[in-house]
Each structure stands twice: as C-alpha cells, then as structure tokens.
Design a protein around this ligand. Structure first.
Ligand code: C5P
Length: 328
C-alpha cells in the first residue's frame, strides 16, 4: 500500500506491553452527575502484562485483515470488532494523525478478563504507545495519558505504571516516587467476571439500602490515604498490608458471595491481608516475600477456591515498546 506520510520507513508492526493494576486503596465517593464516581485511589502496577501488536495492512488486503485478534486466557470473552478498547485507541490516534492506514490489532491476554485488574485498559494503553510509534506521531507521555483518559478511567495509569495516587474518576495521577519497596501478591482468579459498572451500581444500591434517609452513611468508607502513603515509603509489608482498603469489596461480595470463602482461605493460609481487587472478582493476598507468596498460593490452590492462582510482584513500570523493527 502507499505508505502513510507519517509512517516511519520500515515500521510495519510495533509491539508494546502494559501492566495490570491493583488498587492498594480504593475509596469510592458518591455517583456524580456524569454517572462516574469520584475516586481516591492508590494504584500499583504489577507484573501481569497485556501484549499488543499493531501492524499496517496493505490497502488491497482482504476486508477482514484489519480485524482484532485476541489470544490467551479468556480471549473468547473479548470483543474482536472496532469496539475493542485497543482498537478504539488505535483509531483515536489514526484519526488524529489524519491517516487512512488500515491497522490490524493483535492482543495477547496476560491479565484476567473482567477481573478487576484493568486488562482492557492495559490493552488500550499498550495500543496507544505502539500506535504512536507505528504512525511516527511522537506524542509524549503526557499527551498519551490525556488520550488515554478519553478511553477509560484506568488507562492513564496503565501507561504510567509504578505507584500513583489517582483522583477524579481515577484518571488524574500523581506518581508516588518514594513507593518503591517490592511487594509480593498472590492473585486468585475467579470463575467468571464482574462488569465494572454493575459493581459500582451495586455499591450505590447497598449504600442507599443501608440507610435510605442518608445514602452514604450506611457502609463504612475507606477514609484517607495519608497513613498508607507514609507506609509505602518504608520497607515493611505488614505495615502496608494493615492499611489496604477497597470500598468496592462489599459490592463484589454481594454479587459473588463465593468470594468470601476465597478470602477466608487466603487469610487462613497466612496472608498478611486478603481483599478483592478493584471491582473484582479477582482476590489479592499480600505477602511478606516471594517464598511466603509461593506458600500462600499453594495453599489456596489446594483448597480449590480459585480458577487459577498466580504470584505477582509490584511495582513495575508502565506501558512500553518491546518490539519495534525500526529500532528506535
Ligand atoms: O472509565 P471506564 O470506561 O473504565 O469505566 C467503566 C464504567 O465504570 C463507567 O461507565 C462507570 O459506570 C463506572 N465507573 C464509575 N466511576 C469511576 C470509574 C468507572 O462509576 N470512577
């Protein structure tokens, strides 16, 4: 095909990866006029990765050659048309570049689908970084994060990685540079997923139900993040574990009561803390070190309370290119 003017010579395909997120603190405010909830959250990127390849398709190729191909665990649940969040990321930058290039998207899932770990957002983050390079746009990280916020509340964090305070609907970020101590976390995947809007709606319902006269008073709320932010500067996993909080947990447990057993098993296995990840249903168990995490993971596996159990660690960096034939 005639190469798009803004495409660097030789760059036919670019691959980027982006990490899963967990929320060490997830405080959810009341629903706003635009349907979103104000959040106060501490994000952390962990080393489960989505891998996205964007490639130029010849203009005379078959009609479906720029389709979205998804592989890996949970792939059948992911849309393969242009509503896919990674494809929307590609199309956003393509339109911005004024390019009519056909771009195929291949996604390999390493993050649980609909698991409360931002797998779809990571796809969008990786797609933005890869497409920026493929089309030679040269947008900086700040500009990419701004585009990311248009695609979803967690997408900017999947670009940035590390550990960050998130406000607004989660898209306004302040990196916590001092929060560098390595942390080991057991991730217990559930059978099935939970849709994020459904869990937010369930939280609203539970809050209203607990005290209809004064919605918001009924369920305990996560409170401030200052003690956690201070603890993250140190190197004591138990101190951090004692300060973790997730307002979404009550709603996820209400929709999927079986998760209570998963949490109990992980806690009895000796985890410092067990909680639902984001909107769930993945459960997280915080451990003292790698050996402890391996022991806790083995115990959870033995009890058969999770579809799959993985040991992960964080913080890790954000979205980045792993394969670029132009060698840039
Ligand atoms: O931003 P994103 O598209 O990932 O959000 C998915 C859905 O989750 C939103 O449509 C909204 O229903 C809910 N949400 C929310 N408050 C947030 C983030 C997401 O209510 N801060």
């Amino acid at each position: 095909m005639p190469r798009d003017a803004s495409t660097p010579a030789g760059a036919r395909a670019v691959t980027a990866v982006a990490p899963a997120k967990i929320n060490l603190h997830l405080g959810v405010g009341d629903v706003r006029g635009d349907g979103y909830h104000d959040l106060l959250t501490v994000y952390r990127a962990v080393d489960l990765w989505e891998r996205v390849t964007v490639s130029l398709v010849d203009a005379d190729a078959a009609d479906d050659d720029d389709e979205v191909i998804v592989t890996g665990p949970g792939a059948p649940q992911v849309p393969t048309d242009r509503t896919n969040l990674a494809a929307r990321a590609v199309d956003l930058l393509r339109e911005e570049a004024g390019s009519d290039a056909r771009i195929a998207v291949r996604i390999h899932k390493g993050v649980p689908v609909a698991g409360g770990m931002a797998g779809g957002s990571a796809d969008a983050a990786a797609a933005l970084v890869a497409t920026d390079r493929l089309l030679g746009l040269g947008l900086g990280r700040a500009a990419l994060e701004e585009r990311a916020a248009r695609l979803g509340s967690d997408v900017p964090f999947c670009i940035r990685g590390g550990t960050a305070l998130g406000t607004g609907r989660g898209e306004k970020l302040a990196t916590l540079l001092h929060a560098r101590a390595e942390q080991f976390i057991v991730v217990a995947l559930a059978d099935g997923g939970l849709s994020t809007p459904t869990v937010f709606a369930e939280l609203d319902r539970l809050r209203a139900e607990r005290d209809p006269a004064d919605p918001g008073r009924g369920l305990p709320r996560a409170g401030g993040v200052d003690p956690l932010v201070v603890a993250l500067a140190g190197d004591d996993p138990a101190a951090v574990a004692g300060l973790l909080a997730n307002d979404m947990e009550a709603a996820a447990l209400s929709l999927m009561p079986a998760l209570r057993r998963t949490l109990r098993v992980g806690r009895e296995a000796g985890a410092l803390h067990g909680m639902v990840s984001g909107s769930g249903p993945t459960c997280l168990f915080f451990c003292t070190d790698r050996d402890h995490a391996i022991a806790v993971a083995a115990e959870i596996s033995e009890h058969g309370v999770a579809r799959e159990v993985r040991v992960t660690r964080g913080p890790v960096g954000g979205a980045h290119i792993v394969d670029d034939p132009t060698g840039k």
